[in-house]
Design a protein around this ligand. Structure first.
Ligand code: AMP
Length: 249
């Protein structure tokens, strides 16, 4: 069984982003880019499944500019067997990525596709769900635990106030939550080994996918700045402020 893992190149989670002065987006020039953290978890899970002998190959896929090659090399250093870059300079929306992944599912016939629950740049939380609809197969989002059987996969999901266990027929789509696993560190020998692994570059057009945006982003703005707090003398003064100024009680 092959496992397809979607890995997105995003601004590193430690970087404080700046909104452009004309509110047309976020300025990402010269910022540190990394693999989307939820995708690292997706990849780690896929590699663990292969290491247990329950999968034969882990294929990492990234859609975006040439620089996504770095993300794919990291994926291969973590343990993916090969990488596919679907190269485009367009800003690919979740529907476009889902169509690309569906075309790759048709080509590679994986038993499992694992994605992050959301990309930390657009926070869409849509791609996995759209892919499941396009591929007409079962989906388990926000995975907390994954158990592979012969022709099915059991997934424990994090839901409000508890956990839910689902059983899906393979092929299936899974999106990862934060507590599924702790991704391994990339080691230098594995970085060297990753350089020798196959990295194929194709375009959305060769897969027959139109990635023209359907959504127009109107503006991006910073959250309102917080006003400074004040110190109160005692609990009575605090209660008075909460009641009469903040009006929260
Ligand atoms: P989103 O729906 O944009 O929040 O993204 C959810 C997941 O879809 C991500 O965690 C990735 O696994 C996958 N994904 C989204 N965009 C891309 C992309 N450009 N390349 C590869 N995977 C992607």
């Amino acid at each position: 069984m092959k496992i397809l893992v979607a890995v997105k190149r995003v601004v590193d989670y430690n970087v404080k982003i700046r909104v452009k002065s004309d509110q047309s987006g976020v300025d990402i020039a010269n910022l540190k880019m990394s693999m989307n953290p939820f995708d690292e978890i997706a990849l780690e899970e896929a590699v663990r499944i292969r290491e247990k002998g329950l999968a034969t190959e882990v294929i990492a896929v990234s859609c975006g500019p040439t620089q996504c090659q770095e993300t794919l090399r990291t994926a291969m250093a973590i343990g993916a067997d090969r990488g596919i870059l679907v190269e485009t300079s367009a800003d690919v929306e979740p529907l476009g990525v889902a169509k690309i992944l569906k075309a790759l599912m048709d080509k590679e016939q994986p038993g499992l596709v694992i994605l992050g629950k959301q990309a930390i740049d657009d926070d869409c939380n849509q791609t996995g769900q759209m892919l499941a609809a396009l591929a007409q197969c079962g989906q388990a989002t926000f995975a907390y635990k994954v158990d592979i059987g012969a022709d099915h996969v059991n997934v424990v999901r994090e839901i409000d106030g508890g956990l839910e266990t689902l059983s899906l027929k393979l092929p299936a789509i899974i999106t990862t939550d934060l507590r599924l696993n702790e991704p391994r560190y990339v080691t230098l020998p594995n970085i060297m080994k990753a350089k020798k692994k196959s990295l194929e570059t194709i375009t959305p057009e060769t897969l027959g996918v139109d990635v023209t945006p359907r959504i127009k982003m109107l503006k991006v703005c910073d959250p309102p700045t917080r006003t400074a707090g004040t110190k109160v003398a005692d609990v009575t003064a605090l209660m008075d402020k909460l009641k009469n100024e903040a009006k929260v009680i």
